[in-house]
Design a protein around this ligand. Structure first.
Ligand code: FAD
Length: 376
């Protein structure tokens, strides 16, 4: 890409947020450049449960997960670390699809209509007039608008001097696919000492097991298999899983330093979408839907202003920030509260007891961490 070209929008990162924005923008007459450090398809640490709130919007973008094998999920199961169980219906439901397949599905749809560069962005410099991103190969790419879709944590956050990147985070995530008898229509969340593990099926029939734990809890053992045998398997449901399930991956995928700190939806004139704007606690199962929705919020605001005579970046920043806060601030706050609650065994037990007495309670809590179906 020549540095004399100025794209309308440069997107840093091609996960669900960046790919959705690219796909939506590619339906208009925008000149888009997407920069992604990894080639597709690739496995990612993720619970791989996607809320149905995105289905209509994805269909509008001509993306049909169910036609590509995604499994409908309608039931939710929660257990305490001792194995006390609660089953309930999900208010809106969702689908199970691996990130390997979902990100690739989005990428295949958009790749011919945009410029894609496979490289790592090291720095972003943006002003209210335009922005420049620098790649690891030292080349630069210019855009009138820069979208940060680089996920939870990236080298570019350092270049932007974002607060959270300089703080240590205690969370790490582990994920792998397994062969195991498990109902297709269920997502389970099983607590263990220092974390929780999600189980659900993907489009291949494999069960995705993905857990979040604290470094403090993990470092007492230090080895993944032993940690699963000794700490996770204290919960009888996880004991059954890890003793019977046949691993499909050679090794689980692991990520560390997962931060749930507050971030800004616009930072240094870069429009943040998806996790780079804020990460909801994974137990809510709503991160991907928020990432996809935030891409739409940006594109809607951008297109509306772009087509008016009064386009300027400051107005766009104000509109996008307001929309982002309106849609996601409360969900993130609720996610933080539920996370704290699930860290306490006594409180989780109490929640289960209350949930059995008042069956509407858990679906109500789930609703507070999710949105309505995204309006087209
Ligand atoms: C343990 C765990 C379990 C989860 N489970 C669920 C779940 O079940 N359901 C759910 O909805 N959400 C879940 N989430 C959240 C979900 O994974 C995220 O919200 C979602 O991936 C956000 O998408 P994104 O596009 O913002 O980021 P990502 O999917 O992380 O994409 C960011 C992309 O940017 C690229 N990138 C990063 N830096 C650079 C750079 N410098 N240059 C070029 N490219 C770059 C990366 O390679 C990546 O492809 C979970 C999260 C965790 C940690």
């Amino acid at each position: 890409v020549s540095s004399s070209v100025i794209f309308d929008v440069v997107i840093v990162g091609g996960g669900v947020a960046g790919l959705t924005a690219a796909l939506h923008l590619s339906k208009t007459n925008c000149n888009v450049c997407l920069i992604e450090k990894n080639e597709y398809p690739i496995h990612k640490v993720c619970g791989e449960y996607v809320s149905n709130e995105v289905v209509d919007y994805l269909a509008y973008l001509d993306i049909h997960p169910f036609a590509s094998g995604a499994v409908p999920i309608t039931q939710f199961e929660l257990s305490t670390k001792n194995g006390n169980l609660l089953n309930t219906k999900l208010p809106l439901g969702g689908f199970g699809m691996s990130r390997y397949a979902l990100d690739y599905l989005l990428f295949k749809k958009v790749k011919d209509s945009i410029t894609t560069v496979y490289d790592t962005v090291t720095t972003i410099n943006a002003t209210i007039k335009e922005g420049t991103v620098t790649l690891q190969n030292r080349k630069s790419i210019r855009g009138k608008v820069i979208l940060g879709a680089h996920g939870k944590r990236s080298i570019v956050d350092k270049s932007l001097q974002r607060d959270f990147i300089f703080k240590k985070s205690q969370w790490l995530g582990v994920k792998a696919h397994y062969e195991y008898e498990f109902p297709e229509d269920k997502v389970a969340l099983h607590a263990f000492d220092g974390g929780y593990c999600g189980l659900s099926k993907t489009e291949t029939g494999a069960v995705n097991a993905c857990y979040l734990t604290t470094y403090q809890s993990f470092k007492k053992i230090g080895d993944i298999s032993q940690f699963q045998r000794e700490i996770l398997s204290f919960n009888p449901h996880l004991k059954d899983f890890f003793s019977k399930a046949k691993p499909i991956f050679k090794e689980p995928k692991v990520i560390s330093q997962i931060s749930f700190d507050k971030k800004q939806p616009v930072d240094h004139h870069v429009f943040m979408i998806g996790d780079s704007a804020g990460l909801i606690h994974p137990l809510c199962g709503n991160g991907m839907a928020m990432a996809i929705h935030s891409a739409k919020l940006f594109v809607d605001a951008y297109l509306e202003l772009k087509n008016s005579d009064t386009f300027n970046l400051i107005t766009l920043q104000n509109i996008y920030t307001q929309k982002w806060n309106e849609n996601f601030q409360k969900r993130l706050a609720t996610g933080r509260k539920i996370q704290k609650l699930l860290q306490s065994d006594t409180l989780t037990n109490n929640l289960l007891i209350l949930g059995r007495i008042f069956p509407f309670l858990i679906p109500q809590i789930i609703k507070r961490t999710h949105g309505n179906p995204i309006a087209i």
